[in-house]
Design a binder for this molecule. Structure first.
Ligand SMILES: *Cc1c(COP(=O)(O)O)cnc(C)c1O
Length: 423
């Protein structure tokens, strides 16, 4: 979103016009930003056989999935339903990685029947796959490398500190099972989930997989998951993708040489690809001056964007109706920006913003990832509509909900005879 001639614009579209046309609250995504991030990732890993698997849980709208596919990006799913959405968007099942955690064997069976690439997250699942499919289904294995945030390797000596993956300490057990059942292992995977602090910390995880790869001569890929840190505010430490690309590519080329074959290097970014593209536009309902604080209450809440309440996430806020223009001293005031949910749903505390008046349109920035996809109907509120700005035009890619949506699936049973009982 840029400020041009005193209006905020996405591509060349005035954001206030988008708000007028589609109503508020509204998620707006900038396709160009997504395409830019894909390009950045590709150019940073130019020397290797890179595959990008978009982690669809970050933002699962079918038009976004189609945009990814158009751009040559494939998909990572964590549920069979996500994978089905990917198939509706045109992905071949084989292009979709399925990385579930602790799901039922029935769901695994569905995934295998669909033809997804199965990523195994536990020894019991590996055993089940062996018993059920023998050598018929190739899997990849999700390894927990026991790397803590900040890059220190922390080999846990008793219990693993994360529910995800098979501990690297169980390396022998993995091999016993794959040999016992002749399970083809086509890939190795890590996704530590923590934001990379720097490329070197990440390389330690890579080294663990390179070492493990010696056990599996038929790999076609190594998947390094995600963990790309993005900036939510100015000055945030971010992953230097160019540096990461240089270092990881060099290490990977080295590895391929030792391994004896060029295999594919996969990443599964979610946040990195879509966070910056998304904006949650809301309208100011009330500006309430209490003795100690001024509250700005907007027509949204943790039902639409839960990250501030769930992760203490910081989202930059722009007053679209009262842009702060560089050559003028903006009249800034300090606000607590809150939602309309009957819970404490604070978006921002003591935030300095160009003066906010009732009716002003605010934008929560970096709202593309884990925004709509974590939205709910709590307080019987509608989830926002979604708009994609593509080639200079805004398109509605999800309708605003209606009252019928809230009732869908509820069963009102007359036979229960829930009439008022005379007291
Ligand atoms: C959530 C998830 C990702 C994406 O993580 P981001 O931080 O959004 O990039 C990648 N891989 C797996 C297996 C995930 O569960």
């Amino acid at each position: 979103m840029q400020l041009n001639n005193r209006t905020y614009q996405i591509q060349d579209v005035n954001v206030l016009d988008i708000a007028d046309e589609f109503g508020l609250p509204l998620y707006v995504y900038d396709a160009d930003k997504i395409i830019e991030k894909i390009g950045l990732l590709r150019s940073s890993f130019s020397g290797v056989n890179l595959k990008i698997k978009y982690a669809a849980k970050a933002l699962t709208n079918i038009s976004i999935l189609k945009l990814m596919r158009q751009q040559g990006v494939e998909m990572d799913s964590v549920s069979v339903n996500e994978a089905r959405m990917g198939m509706l968007a045109g992905f071949a099942p084989g292009q979709i990685m399925f990385t579930p955690s602790g799901v039922s064997f029935e769901e695994i069976r569905e995934a295998v029947d669909l033809g997804l690439q199965l990523n195994v997250d536990s020894l019991p699942l590996l055993e089940w796959v062996g018993q059920t499919y023998g050598s018929q289904v190739a899997v990849s294995i999700r390894i927990n490398p026991h790397i803590s945030e900040g890059g220190n390797i922390k080999i846990s000596t008793g219990h693993a500190d994360s529910k995800f993956g098979v501990s690297i300490l169980q390396r022998d057990a993995i091999r016993e099972l794959t040999e016992k059942y002749q399970i083809p292992v086509s890939g190795l995977h890590i996704h530590t989930g923590s934001d990379f602090k720097n490329a070197d910390a990440f390389l330690r995880g890579a080294d663990i997989l390179f070492d493990l790869a010696a056990d599996y001569p038929n790999l076609t890929f190594i998947d390094f998951g995600s963990g790309f840190k993005v900036a939510y505010k100015e000055g945030d430490h971010v992953t230097d993708v160019a540096e990461l690309g240089r270092k990881v590519s060099a290490a990977f080329q080295n590895f391929c040489q030792q391994y004896g074959r060029d295999i594919e290097l996969w990443f599964e970014p979610g946040k990195f690809l879509v966070s910056e593209s998304g904006h949650l536009l809301v309208k100011t309902n009330i500006v309430k001056e209490n003795p100690t604080r001024t509250f700005v209450a907007v027509d949204s809440g943790l039902n639409h964007l839960i990250r501030p309440m769930m992760y203490d996430a910081y989202h930059d806020i722009k007053n679209i109706s009262n842009p702060s223009v560089a050559d003028e001293t903006p009249v800034e005031k300090t606000y607590n920006v809150v939602g309309y949910i009957c819970e404490t749903d604070t978006f921002a505390t003591d935030r300095s913003l160009p003066e906010v008046k009732p009716g002003d349109v605010l934008s929560f920035e970096n709202a593309g990832a884990y925004g709509f996809s974590m939205a709910s109907n709590y307080n019987a509120r509608f989830r926002p509509a979604e708009v994609l700005v593509y080639e200079g035009r805004p398109y509605l890619i999800r309708q605003r909900e209606t009252f019928d949506d809230l009732l869908r699936g509820q069963v009102d049973i007359p036979a229960l005879n829930l009439e008022v009982i005379e007291q």
